[in-house]
Design a protein around this ligand. Structure first.
Ligand code: UD1
Length: 373
């Protein structure tokens, strides 16, 4: 860890800590660093090799300048420990802006600490909303949006929805940063047939399940994996550490359906490769839903809703509530039958990192003019 201070005039801090945030930070950091002195802080919320170090290697991300090493814990413990650890660091670094991504406890802890120090916050992936106001990620999003100076919305629809909330921050439609990462790395994704451990001669399904709705309920997870086992094709299911814990603790690993092949979490490039080559994707991941949409692979989302409505309106994705997961084989068949000919440009264009950099640089310039620091 290079725990060095880079306190230079007009610097910007970028905070991240979970798998999807490390992936998105790869595009963001290189764009910001080309324009502004940029300090990277990894909270250490996800610390398993496949969810962190492997992604740094694959996506060529420089070691973070600081790691808070917060690790696992309840929501309160994790958020509190991020708050406690980042505050003195932000005081020392005195950045002109703090950039946060998404809706995790890392996003909330870093944004809240910065806002209370009166450092303007730029929220990347702002404005996502769920019907369930008590969903942990929804609480994080709403609190971060309420305290951010700039709200970077992934699409015009999301910005429009955000405008109705009349929050104090400025709304900018920057596009979806996840598409930037995909565009930059797709040509490096392994060739068809070289990743998966399943016999895909009849085609295969790529599945990821990690959200609390399934991992906090062993019976629901068992039903979902059982339904995967009834698809007309083999299934590759890389297990998120949270999912693996439930699978092992409930003994499900000893009675997995024969056609479901579990593995450790894949690298980002392997995940892209499987999403691209699969006959269908079954997931509860926000990131995998959009990657399937951009890569032209039919998707079924095992949740009661999705924040990424564009993928559904395009016809690429369909939501299947966990309570109805027994219908999965039929729903997957229907999704495949709909074909792959949808508009792939409703979310992002691969240039979000440049737009986010532009709005952040403008914010820094305004702060400098006003002599805030
Ligand atoms: C969600 C949460 C986020 C939380 C995270 C936990 C929402 C809106 N966000 O994000 O708050 O921190 O879960 O993980 O619910 N991938 C791999 N290897 C794999 C499988 C996926 O690299 O084996 C990649 C995908 O290609 C994609 C990314 O990981 O780029 C998606 O990350 P994921 O962990 O699924 O998070 P999200 O659901 O996007």
């Amino acid at each position: 860890m290079r725990d060095v201070d880079i306190v230079s005039a007009g610097s910007v801090v970028v905070c991240f800590g979970t798998r999807p945030q490390v992936i998105k930070a790869s595009a963001l950091l290189s764009a910001l660093r080309a324009q502004l002195p940029t300090v990277a802080i990894d909270t250490g919320q996800h610390y398993d090799y496949e969810l962190n170090a492997l992604l740094y290697q694959q996506l060529d991300i420089r070691e973070p300048d600081h790691c808070l090493e917060v690790g696992s814990g309840s929501h309160a413990v994790q958020t509190a420990s991020i708050l406690e650890r980042i505050e003195p660091l932000l005081e020392r670094l005195a950045p002109r802006a703090v950039v946060v991504i998404g809706d995790t406890n890392s996003t909330l802890g870093c944004a809240l600490a910065a806002a209370k120090l009166r450092i303007p916050v730029v929220h990347v992936e702002a404005g996502l909303r769920s019907e369930d106001a008590m969903l942990a990620e929804e609480i994080n999003r709403r609190m971060v949006d309420a305290t951010s100076a700039v709200l970077c919305a992934p699409s015009e629809r999301i910005a429009e929805r955000l405008r109705t909330e009349r929050l104090p921050g400025r709304i900018e439609v920057t596009g979806d940063i996840a598409r930037d990462v995909l565009v930059r790395n797709l040509s490096r994704a392994p060739a068809p047939g070289t990743v998966r451990a399943v016999d895909g001669s009849r085609g295969f399904a790529f599945a990821t399940l990690h959200r609390a709705e399934l991992t906090s309920d062993a019976a629901a997870l068992t039903r979902a994996i059982g339904a995967l086992g009834r698809l007309d094709m083999p299934v590759l299911l890389p297990l998120h550490p949270r999912t693996r814990k439930v699978v092992e603790n409930s003994g499900l690993d000893r009675r997995l359906p024969e056609s479901v092949q579990i593995t450790a979490p894949l690298g980002y490039l392997e995940s892209l490769s499987c999403t691209r080559d699969a006959a269908a994707v079954v997931t509860d991941s926000g990131g995998v839903q959009r990657e399937a949409y951009w890569l032209g692979t039919p998707c079924v989302t095992v949740r009661t809703e999705t924040e990424w409505a564009e993928t559904v309106s395009a016809g690429a994705n369909v939501v299947l509530p966990p309570a109805e997961v027994d219908r999965l084989p039929a729903v997957v068949r229907e999704q495949i039958a709909r074909g792959r000919n949808w508009d792939r440009d409703l979310l992002g264009d691969g240039r979000a990192a440049d737009r986010i950099t532009r709005v952040t640089a403008a914010l820094v310039a305004t702060a400098q003019t006003q002599g805030q620091r």
